[in-house]
Write a protein of this length. Sequence first.
Length: 476
Amino acid sequence: MSNARKFYIDGQWVEPSGTRTMDVVNPATEEVIDTIALGDEKDVDRAVTAARKAFETWGQTTREERMAVMEKIIEVYKSRMDDIARAVSQEMGAPMMLASKAQAPAGLGHLMYALNALKELAWEEDAGNARVVREPIGVCGLITPWNWPLNQIAAKVAPALAAGCTVVLKPSEVAPLNALVFAEVLHEAGVPAGVFNLVNGDGPGVGTAMSAHPDIDMMSFTGSTRAGVAVAQNAAPTVKRVAQELGGKSPNILLDDVDFEKVVARDTIGMCMNTGQSCNAPTRMLVPMDRMQDCAAIAAKAADSIKIGDPADENVQMGPLASAAQFEKVQGLIQQGIDEGAKLETGGTGRPEGFDKGYYVKPTIFSNVTNDMTIAREEIFGPVLVLIGYKDDEEAVRIANDTEYGLSAYVSSGDPERARQVARRLRAGQIHINGAPVDPGAPFGGYKQSGNGREFSRWGLEEFLEVKALLGHNAA
């Protein structure tokens, strides 16, 4: 891309202050497809200065003015959907089918839901003699991951701009090219200079500088729990707001009255979507102890049916993992599962048959797993499913909640009311009942070490707002 070695600051593509670069690698071929510049503290400071200046005017715009800008962004985004999908597929390995039908559309969805929230939010209300008003928090630092890149970029940028905030975005250095296309979209849409800024870089070089910067009022971070803790620690001295969407190890309870043939297959294939690289993936499947063998066989058959291959092939269901580092991590955890005594039903270490390059992995099923095993505790972030047995509903709920995470959970039952009752007892931010998909109109975020904020729709917009009480405003 022509702007790969530049940053978008104050409405222009500018040269970086330093000379550090990083290759962007196609995970299917292990070949370099582009090279990006890596920023530093000077680049961050320049972007923050632009955002701070722009906030003086953007923060005072009317709802109608921001709505007009959001509508134009949506219009331009639609015209670049193919470019966005292609970038996502090439840099992080998502099959084109997924990139074009889910990855790129997810970004569009968040833009549209943020616009609707902007239209519908009650910006002022009365409380006693006070008028309570909502206003933008200020300059926001946004750090986004590589696994669903446009989903997370738009889920932050859209509500922040709708709220009247200005932003500095650091996308993942693993998958940065789609973010450059997104910056081009905002530029073409006429977003005022300084309202949106993009600085590529790694965590130590850019993420730390953003988190600690005294002129950034809020940090919104999506990524690993380890990195999220670092962001919060760096942000603490300036007492800025920190919203975090972190890791997950989602339980998936299949109650004893489900159609196991249907549900096990459905959820196994669903878990492998995006090569298992989703923070809310249902990776712990809890099944009745006396159905363990049946469920293991169904899951293995479903995993073996998944078509793996070149992401450019429209018929491929699963591409490679996003990077060499992720490949090594997943391989190590699969081996640890074997070493700790879980029963390997299918998959295992190494690349699938017929692949001698690319970060491809085998969809892997472990049965007879206990919840204290490493593969049941750690977020693997790959197509690895563990089956854990339970004796009754009480034990299923206990095992499901026995995790440091709480992003999502799943429960299926032939009786919807029974599923709802179990869902209410699960300690997680989103509970999927009987296979319900993610809904961008509902809040997304976690309990415990899965984070502390909420994104999507009006809940995402509210994250970027301050609440002010005008005391005596309504006095006679």
